[in-house]
Design a protein around this ligand. Structure first.
Ligand code: SAH
Length: 265
């Protein structure tokens, strides 16, 4: 990487991908290896953080539902202050920074303070989950549209989604932060007319050694979400393409059990 891509005083918003360090981009790896300070989310795993320089300062600013360690304003301020002090700043975010990553606030803070910034994209959780499942997110003729939606409601507020728009049999849905709301999502979609037999999958810790997957149908989603998952981040996929999931061939690495391959031709 040219030296001047990352001068002191600059902020890079870097996508850390879904967890497996091998799913970082080469650029992300190089930026991480040059940073003086790395502000990272709770979801960024040890394997990725291990790529930081030994002298680099690692600052967890993680937000997991209900356990906010830093407010967004504090994070914005910390990033800007570090850059104004002349440091090379990496803001490391799970997946892709531009998807449910609060990157807009951080870019605005940098812009307002005159701090130069740039984004390095990452592999988003939906892509990793589809890979783990061995499925496509789109399907010619059957799922022409892919919708990324978050099911995270503000504390004390109900989930307000446009169910009529989402309950489209010709579309696939990737639901981020949807585990706790799985029952409400299923009811909302079925209430708006989506077939209860629509295939769904949940992938927890996609790309990591402790990944867990289950596939079911929409009307059984709540039960599955309650019983089949642990407390890791989970991505919910809903739609016709999930019916074609082929779990076996996609699993690689010593820690992944190879799921029986009956579904493979
Ligand atoms: N910017 C991130 C999303 C942040 S929102 C991205 O592009 O992936 C956090 C949500 O992402 C989690 O609640 C979960 O729904 C999903 N997620 C992140 N990492 C995941 C993983 N390894 N496996 C499954 N879901 C994941």
């Amino acid at each position: 990487m040219a030296q001047d891509l990352f001068p002191g005083g600059m902020v890079w918003l870097v996508g850390a991908g879904p967890g497996d360090p091998d799913l970082l981009t080469r650029k992300a790896e190089r930026l991480i290896a040059r940073a003086d300070v790395v502000f990272h989310d709770a979801l960024v795993g040890a394997g990725v953080l291990a790529l930081c320089r030994e002298e680099a300062q690692l600052v967890p600013v993680g937000k997991r539902s209900g356990r906010h360690s830093k407010s967004q304003e504090e994070i914005d301020r910390m990033i800007v202050e570090a850059a104004l002090a002349g440091l090379r700043v990496v803001r490391l975010k799970g997946g892709d920074p531009s998807i449910f990553g609060r990157s807009a606030e951080e870019m605005t803070a940098c812009h307002d303070a005159g701090v130069p910034f740039a984004i390095c994209p990452g592999i988003t959780a939906a892509s990793a989950a589809a890979a783990s499942l061995g499925t496509s997110l789109t399907l010619r003729g059957l799922a022409r549209r892919l919708t990324f939606v978050t099911a995270h409601a503000r504390a004390g507020e109900d989930l307000e989604l446009d169910w009529a728009a989402l309950a489209d049999p010709g579309s696939s849905l990737a639901v981020y932060m949807g585990k706790a709301a799985a029952g409400a999502i299923a009811r909302g979609l079925m209430g708006a007319g989506l077939d209860p037999a629509t295939p769904v999958a949940m992938v927890e810790n996609a790309s990591l050694p402790d990944e867990r997957v289950f596939t079911t149908r929409l009307d059984l989603l709540e039960l599955g979400a309650r019983t089949a998952l642990g407390d890791g981040p989970a991505l919910l996929l809903i739609g016709a393409p999930i019916a074609g999931a082929r779990l076996a061939g996609n699993r690689c690495g010593d820690n992944h059990a190879v799921v029986a391959s009956q579904t493979q031709a």
